[in-house]
Design a protein. Structure first.
Length: 238
């Protein structure tokens, strides 16, 4: 890959010549936690069980790529959520979850350009459904927490269309969405911050790291290290 270039303060590019035109792309795929939104939802849910530090340590190691089995790491974290109430999840959603700067503007600009928007997350439908509705996202893929008597059981619900949404599932979902749309993966943009985003970023025409872990910044074609998500529009012009 060509050397990294400081395109603008806090914004680096590698492997292509900027700026590109947004009209080249037909789909943009986002990770959710720490990309579209400001928190790692599983960590904030764990706070109610007094286990945030334990769960956050697993999350951090997984996002850095130090834990290679994302599915098992997620099962371990979800098991520690047993007994947390749905009411607490609602509190997390209302009081802690915020869109990251520039998220609304970037999604709005992409949709105005005729692009479709995909949200693929190793997180949970309880939160992805909310973000989908707020931003007008076209499609989502994430995980379902099992609930019984208003409390989390510590397990996830198996879904007919696939297993836990990990890095490989994100890649598969991106490729299947491109196939459904009748477009090439080269016409897709993928944005993320953690190691489990690298598989989908690797097949997209443009990969974007947002305030990401070092491993992700090194492999992305665009790295936004300062400012909001819509700084991508400095590189991919409407």
């Amino acid at each position: 890959m060509t050397p990294t270039t400081e395109y603008a303060p806090g914004l680096t590019i590698q492997g292509f010549t900027a700026p590109l035109g947004l009209s080249h792309f037909k789909l943009i795929a986002f990770d959710m936690d720490s990309t579209l939104i400001n928190i790692e939802c599983v960590d904030e849910i764990a706070d109610a069980a007094g286990r945030k530090a334990e769960v956050a340590a697993i999350t951090e190691a997984a996002m850095r790529g130090e834990i290679t089995d994302f599915k098992e790491s997620l099962r371990q974290r979800v098991a520690l959520l047993k007994g947390v109430t749905v009411a607490h999840m609602q509190q997390v959603l209302q009081e802690r979850l915020q869109l990251n700067p520039g998220a609304a503007n970037l999604v709005k600009t992409c949709k105005a350009a005729g692009m479709k928007v995909l949200l693929v997350s190793g997180g949970f439908t309880y939160f992805t459904d909310h973000v989908r509705d707020v931003l007008g996202i076209d499609w989502t893929r994430s995980n379902v927490l099992e609930v019984a008597n208003g409390e989390l059981t510590g397990r996830m619900v198996d879904q007919a269309w696939g297993d836990i949404c990990d890095g490989e599932e994100k890649r598969k979902t991106l490729l299947e969405t491109c196939l459904m749309m009748g477009i090439s993966p080269d016409q897709a943009i993928a944005m993320g911050d953690g190691a489990n985003d690298l598989p989908m970023m690797g097949v997209a025409g443009l990969s974007v790291a947002y305030h990401a872990k070092p491993k992700v910044r090194e492999q992305a074609m665009v790295a936004i290290n300062e400012g909001g998500l819509d700084r991508l529009l400095e590189v991919v012009r409407p």
